[in-house]
Design a protein around this ligand. Structure first.
Ligand SMILES: [Zn+2]
Length: 301
């Protein structure tokens, strides 16, 4: 188990005084080391994406704003982030992290990113704390290297992966699956290849049976050969930005369903963590910790 590498950067931690507590990544990483799931010398730092990488998923105009590190007040309002250079830098680095996780997954079967999952970032603008759509960029890059790839994005953050759906809408070789809460952010949903909308207070057993059925149908009809799993922790019942009723054990079962499907199908998997906004950050961290540990136990062998 201790051979697994984990992608993470200390630069992910920014003092935002914001609902998005960026120190959750650092705390998750430290807990994985403390509990001997990951060795400290197996932490690897991402590299920045190039302009060419960013243009795979974003418009020239948005990429220029990101690289010039100049976002207008209106851009910041839509992104719901008080943006400064450190924040833009960190978001670009998260993108590099998911790209690196994808490279590792394609070589070794499992790419673990202790970060990423900025799924609300659209082609032309940032939204919902997201500036750079790391999953879309990494997936597009994998397709650029090998056009035969058939990529499945499993987005189980409690919020719809609207940016990813928009960016990928014309990609025949990418299947976007988002299972999310119906009545919360984003107010205007995009169309994924498959959207499952959940009622407020949906419990773990309903959630996990819908997930199992959906994955079976997707695998039967689409036959992916690479999986991105966006494992948002905000499906948790105590999350301040979610409205579902999943316990920590239910979320472990959720992760297990995805990882066992990848394992039994022999498919490489790229893991990103995405949202998680518990008032007690340690609960969010515990969920992210469980996800990474389970990924290693099931897919990493
Ligand atoms: Zn979310």
């Amino acid at each position: 188990m201790l051979k697994m590498r984990l992608i993470y950067s200390p630069l992910y931690t920014i003092d935002l005084s914001h609902k998005f507590k960026t120190e959750k990544f650092e705390k998750t990483c430290e807990l994985l080391i403390e509990k001997k799931v990951i060795k400290r010398d197996k932490i690897i730092e991402p590299e920045m994406p190039t302009e060419e990488d960013l243009l795979l998923a974003h418009s020239t105009k948005w990429v220029k704003k990101l690289l010039d590190m100049k976002l207008t007040p209106a851009d910041q309002l839509t992104a719901e982030l008080p943006v400064n250079k450190d924040i833009i830098f960190a978001h670009l680095l998260h993108c590099g992290g998911t790209m690196m996780a994808c490279d590792i997954a394609l070589k070794e079967g499992l790419g673990l990113h202790c970060g990423g999952g900025a799924h609300h970032a659209h082609r032309d603008y940032g939204a919902g704390f997201c500036l750079v759509n790391d999953i879309a960029i990494a997936a597009k890059k994998a397709l650029k290297k090998n056009s035969d790839k058939k990529i499945l994005v499993i987005d189980l953050d409690v919020h719809q992966g609207d940016g990813t759906a928009e960016i990928m809408s014309a990609e025949k070789n990418v299947f976007t699956f988002s299972m999310h809460s119906k009545d919360i952010y984003p107010p205007k949903k995009e169309k994924s290849s498959l959207d499952i909308e959940l009622e407020s207070k949906t419990n773990g057993s309903v959630y996990n049976s819908k997930l199992k059925e959906a994955l079976k149908n997707i695998f039967d009809s689409f036959s992916p050969n690479l999986i991105f799993y966006n494992a948002g922790a905000d499906v948790y019942k105590e999350d301040t930005l979610g409205d579902l009723s999943l316990s920590i054990e239910d979320i472990e079962d959720r992760d297990k369903i995805v990882f066992e499907k990848a394992k039994s199908s022999g498919l490489p998997l790229v893991l990103t963590l995405s949202g998680g906004y518990c008032a007690d950050i340690n609960k969010t961290v515990k969920i992210h910790f469980n996800t990474i540990k389970k990924a290693i136990e099931i897919v990493g062998r």
